[in-house]
Write a protein that binds this ligand. Structure first.
Ligand code: AMP
Length: 248
């Protein structure tokens, strides 16, 4: 079984994003970029399934600028077998990503597509669900545990108040949640080996997908600055303060 793992290049999760002065978006100039953390978990899960003998090949895919090659090389260094970069400098919305992934899945015929549950850049949490709908395949989102057994996959899903277990017929779409696994670090020898692994470069037009956005960003603003707190001497003073606010 082949596993397709879409990986997105996003601002590193340790970096505090800066909003552009004109409010049109987030400033990406000289900012450290990395693989979306949920996608690292997806790559790790695919590798573990391969190590268990449930998968034979892992194909990493990224849709983004030429620099997204670095993200794909990271996936290859972790253990993916080959990569496909669909190169574009445009902002790509989840529906367009899902359409490209569907076209790639039609070509590659993976048994599983494992995506992150959301990209920390746009927090959309849409691509996996849209892909499942476009492909007419079952989906196990917010995966906490993934077990492949013959022609089905059992996914424990993180839902409010607990875990929901679903059994999906393969081919299927899975999206990863935070507790699914702890991704490995790529070792130096594997980083070197990854440079030799195949990486194909394509365009959206190769897959017949139009990237024209359907949404218009009206404004991006910093979150409001938190007001400073105030220390009170004792409980009586606190009660007076709360009364003065009219909430008690
Ligand atoms: P989103 O729906 O944007 O929150 O993204 C959910 C998941 O879809 C991500 O964790 C990735 O696995 C995948 N994805 C979204 N955008 C891209 C992209 N440009 N390239 C590759 N994978 C993507």
């Amino acid at each position: 079984m082949k596993i397709l793992v879409p990986v997105k290049r996003v601002i590193d999760y340790n970096v505090k994003p800066r909003v552009k002065a004109d409010g049109t978006g987030v400033d990406l100039a000289n900012v450290k970029m990395s693989m979306n953390p949920f996608d690292e978990i997806a790559v790790e899960e695919a590798i573990r399934l391969k190590e268990k003998g449930a998968a034979t090949e892992i194909v990493a895919v990224s849709i983004g600028p030429a620099k997204a090659q670095e993200t794909l090389r990271t996936a290859l260094a972790m253990g993916a077998d080959r990569a496909i970069l669909v190169e574009t400098d445009d902002e790509v919305e989840p529906l367009a990503v899902a359409k490209i992934l569907k076209a790639i899945a039609d070509e590659e015929q993976p048994g599983l597509v494992i995506l992150g549950k959301q990209s920390i850049s746009d927090d959309s949490n849409q691509t996996g669900q849209m892909l499942a709908a476009l492909m007419g395949r079952p989906q196990g989102t917010f995966a906490n545990t993934v077990e492949v057994d013959g022609d089905s996959v059992t996914v424990k899903r993180e839902v409010d108040g607990g875990l929901q277990t679903v059994k999906l017929a393969l081919p299927a779409i899975v999206t990863t949640d935070l507790r699914l696994n702890e991704p490995r670090y790529a070792s130096l020898p594997n980083i070197m080996k990854a440079k030799q692994k195949p990486l194909a470069t394509k365009t959206a037009a190769d897959y017949g997908v139009d990237l024209t956005p359907r949404l218009k960003t009206l404004k991006v603003a910093e979150p409001p600055v938190r007001q400073a707190g105030e220390k009170v001497a004792d409980v009586a003073a606190l009660v007076e303060k709360v009364k003065a606010l009219g909430i008690a």
